[in-house]
Design a protein around this ligand. Structure first.
Ligand SMILES: [Mg+2]
Length: 253
């Protein structure tokens, strides 16, 4: 089982149950690498870093950063989609969704990325998208995702930010607002993520799975979390069963 940082949650506490809502980040969490950076690096768009540093220095909002970075992408839509289709995903995410639902919990995805690639990649994993909030006790065969909306056009990527928070503007998609709305319906919330746009929502959740930059941020904030590498770890921790050595060898990468 994954080691728990700080004051450990017990195996019983980590086991999913009815009334639980799991919110997962997408880029770097369900994908192996951040999709934007795979695209910008592959296309040698060095100016993407200029936008990134201006955002990190808080000179510009996440919305301005994302619009600026994706504005650099001028390849035809079919080339961009071919690149998206080559990006590696965590093949065990659908298994996690099923195991959570078997336990009576529900899973949603919240991303500060873009719908044109996120929807395509969730569908590549065999998942169907639904738009509405889930409800406790209602098992579904589609998955809700909250994401910035983006369309591919011959003129480039056109982005819309329906979930921004004018009071903050740190993120294009305010994950905290989605989480706090769902917390009115669900008894417990579990957050899974890897980066800066996960920080605020993670601070509001009852249990946090964190890696990479989010783990550093949780350390800085003195917030306990469960370190993880991939959804194999999350399944192991939340389903309450040990992963065998045989499973380890066969685990898809
Ligand atoms: Mg991420």
């Amino acid at each position: 089982m994954a080691q728990t940082k700080g004051n450990a949650w017990s195996a019983d506490e980590l086991r999913l149950r009815p009334g639980d809502l799991v919110m997962s980040d997408f880029d770097g969490t369900i994908t192996r690498r951040d999709t934007g950076w795979v695209v910008f690096d592959t296309l040698d768009l060095h100016e993407a870093w200029d936008w990134e540093y201006r955002w990190r220095d808080r000179e510009i909002s996440s919305i301005e950063c994302l619009a600026g970075q994706w504005g650099l992408v001028t390849v035809p839509p079919h080339e961009l989609l071919a690149l998206i289709d080559s990006i590696e995903l965590d093949a065990r995410f659908p298994e996690f969704v099923e195991s959570a639902r078997d336990a009576g919990a529900e899973v949603v995805v919240a991303s500060d990325g873009l719908s044109f690639y996120l929807d395509r990649m969730l569908e590549r994993l065999g998942l169907t998208i639904c738009e509405d909030d889930p409800r406790p006790g209602v098992r579904r065969d589609c998955i809700t995702r909250y994401v910035n909306r983006a369309e591919l056009t011959d003129e480039g990527v056109v982005i819309d930010f329906p979930h921004s928070n004018a009071a903050c503007m740190q993120c294009g998609n305010c994950k905290t607002r989605h989480l706090m709305r769902l917390q009115l319906e669900y008894e417990r919330t579990i957050y899974i993520g890897d980066g800066y746009s996960d920080r605020c929502a993670a601070l509001q959740a009852d249990i946090v799975f964190a890696k990479d930059h989010l783990a550093q941020l949780m350390d800085e904030d003195g917030v306990r979390y469960v370190p993880f590498e991939d959804f194999g770890d999350v399944i192991e921790a939340t389903a309450g069963y040990p992963r065998s050595a045989n499973d380890e060898r066969q685990r898809p990468r």
